[in-house]
Design a protein around this ligand. Structure first.
Ligand code: ADP
Ligand code: MG
Length: 584
């Protein structure tokens, strides 16, 4: 699948999971046509995958070419003059609109810098003459010096176009909080326009061009939205990934960036990071020189580097939060408070406890104000009421924080953190072996990924063996060089969201591509109904991807029912239960 808008994730195949969110938001976008969808804010800290998700939503909506026109704009970090900003915002909208209408993706990434004249030419060339007047209007406004009027027109333009043309537009605005934090009324950038977002009061109610915004400054943005745009937005957090998606992400990144993991370490990473895409991608792409993610020792060292070293992505990202927070709440008590909450992160702590335990020399009201500011900056969390607070609920932030501040406040030995990671991994390892024990096997907890590696790296060398342990392959079958080997999750937009475990696409036109299903954690034999189900999915993929020739392949550890086997034999489906497929 090729996507039109270039995604920052790089290779589009790297996108993993987010199945539930994709299904939810695609439905939300679909329902814009029924005027049912209410403006929504996706809130999550940096690097949780908001942009990845939003860009994918854009692309799916763009390619679907249905009744909703997608507009994606990221408000960048960094100071900007409002006139420059408005031009960029407006031209991005116009170019994306022209791209959608003309079905020419080139407008999404124009070779020449967009400007008003070029936009007019493009509109004329694509037969969208009604845009020309609109572009001229904004061109004049941007020369008039009435910057507030300029922002008003630009801001309302997607909604206005939707209205005039009787169309539907989804306005996806990434990092919405920067509207109020990065844009200046004057060219010298001395007067901050701190209420641009507030202008969305009526636009955000639009049912024909609703907003889907994101924000990384969760506490701050929520506060702004609640005060400036009351009841205009629904809030949706973007959480960590569920375990199956986390594991898929680990194996995918492992293969793509050529960083080996084992089944065991993949499990350990998934559990320790609790499925945070930020932590997973930081670990797999870590700059640590001796990175070895195939052993507990190597894994601990990599995490230690990420946690304590300034070049660690994890540390540097967290320190951005901490630095902004402390620039607003500037004193040493703040550090003690955060440290205390980190140490007791398993429970909520009251203000009274903080006052007593840390002998804070301040009134309860002063403490409340300070805590509120820390919550707003996302480095502590609100508890069940305004009297309760707690530390960030993950396994890593506390260690980053201690690494930086603990020795300032208390005696502290840095080696402690590496030790703690090792201990955590040893504990998780026991869980892993218990789970394996439950299924009574040593290998193949994540069988689909072992088979994918088998196909990618070893199949051609071990061709005779693998062929001999697989039933019903076509007589002329050979393993070949595969251009991509992933599990395949197709955009839920086109069919009921479906996935297959194995999707190995042959590089050569005449080579067999393989589409397969893997069943390893089920004590039942593979049934005929399941084969039929698999065949249905397969047909859709073959159609979508125009694959030929292909081999349908099923691996089932518990084997097959008699009917299933007969069906496979009669319908040219290759099948196997041989665990040697998992030896890599
Ligand atoms: N669904 C996903 N599949 C694969 N990688 C992801 C996914 N979501 C996030 N990532 C990884 O995490 C990084 C940060 O994601 P991004 O979307 O930029 O986060 P945010 O916009 O929330 O700051 C991406 O560059 C990518 O490496
Ligand atoms: Mg982003």
């Amino acid at each position: 699948m090729e996507y039109s808008l270039e995604e920052r994730i790089g290779n589009p195949d790297l996108f993993v999971g987010r199945k539930e969110e994709l299904a939810f938001f695609l439905k939300w976008i679909r329902e814009i046509e029924e005027r049912k969808s209410k403006s929504t804010a996706i809130l999550a800290r940096r690097k949780m995958g908001k942009s990845a998700l939003m860009e994918r939503l854009f692309n799916i909506t763009f390619d679907k070419n249905g009744g909703v026109i997608p507009f994606y704009y990221e408000v960048k970090e960094g100071k900007k003059w409002v006139v420059d900003f408005c031009q960029d915002f407006f031209l991005t909208f116009i170019y994306q609109y022209i791209a959608f209408k003309s079905r020419k993706a080139i407008y999404l990434k124009p070779l020449i810098e967009p400007n008003f004249d070029r936009a007019k030419q493009a509109a004329a060339k694509e037969g969208l003459d009604y845009l020309i007047e609109i572009i001229e209007g904004i061109e004049h406004a941007s020369q008039s010096g009435h910057v507030d009027l300029l922002w008003q027109s630009v801001r309302d333009m997607p909604k206005a176009v939707a209205f005039i043309r009787k169309e539907f537009i989804v306005q996806i605005i990434d990092e919405f909080q920067f509207l109020n934090a990065m844009i200046y009324w004057d060219e010298a950038k001395t007067r901050l326009a701190d209420d641009l977002a507030g202008g969305y009061l009526s636009t955000a109610e639009s049912k024909t061009a609703p907003l889907l915004v994101s924000g990384s400054w969760v506490g701050w943005l929520m506060n702004e939205l609640i005060t400036m745009l009351p009841a205009r937005f629904r809030f949706t957090p973007l959480e960590n990934m569920p375990e199956d998606e986390a594991v898929e992400m680990i194996f995918k990144y492992s293969r793509f960036f050529d960083v080996p993991v084992t089944e065991e370490t993949a499990f350990l990473i998934a559990r320790l990071t609790e499925g945070s895409p930020f932590y997973i991608s930081s670990i797999l792409r870590s700059q640590y020189r001796d990175k070895d993610l195939s052993t507990i020792e190597g894994l601990s060292k990599t995490l230690e580097f990420e946690t304590l070293n300034d070049r660690g992505e994890i540390k540097s990202t967290w320190m951005e939060y901490v630095t902004t927070a402390f620039s607003r709440v500037n004193d040493r008590y703040a550090k003690n408070i955060v440290l205390y909450l980190c140490k007791h992160k398993e429970r909520e702590v009251t203000r009274r406890e903080l006052l007593e335990k840390l002998s804070l020399d301040m009134t309860d009201a002063e403490l409340e104000k300070k805590l509120k500011a820390l919550v707003k900056a996302d480095i502590i969390e609100q508890g069940r009421s305004y009297f309760y607070y707690r530390g960030v609920q993950d396994n890593i932030f506390g260690k980053v924080f201690r690494g930086v501040y603990q020795d300032e406040i208390e005696d502290f030995e840095v080696g402690e953190i590496g030790r703690e990671y090792r201990e955590a991994f040893e504990k998780l390892k026991k869980q892993y072996h218990r789970l394996q024990g439950k299924y009574n096997y040593q290998k193949g907890y994540f069988a689909e990924y072992l088979i994918l590696s088998q196909l990618m790296y070893h199949a051609r060398k071990k061709s005779d063996l693998l062929k001999s342990i697989t039933h019903n392959l076509p007589p002329d079958f050979e393993f070949c060089d595969y251009s991509r080997v992933w599990s395949y999750r197709y955009a839920p937009e086109f069919a009921e969201g479906f996935s297959v475990d194995i999707y190995a696409r042959s590089r050569l036109a005449e080579g067999y591509s393989i589409i397969g299903e893997v069943k390893n954690r089920d004590k039942k034999k593979f049934s005929k109904d399941e084969v039929l189900e698999f065949e249905k999915k397969l047909k859709q993929i073959v159609e979508l991807e125009q694959l030929s020739p292909i081999v349908d392949f099923i691996f089932s550890r518990e084997g097959f029912t008699k009917e299933a086997e007969e069906y496979c034999l009669a319908h040219g489906i290759a099948y196997t239960e041989d665990p040697r497929w998992l030896d890599i």
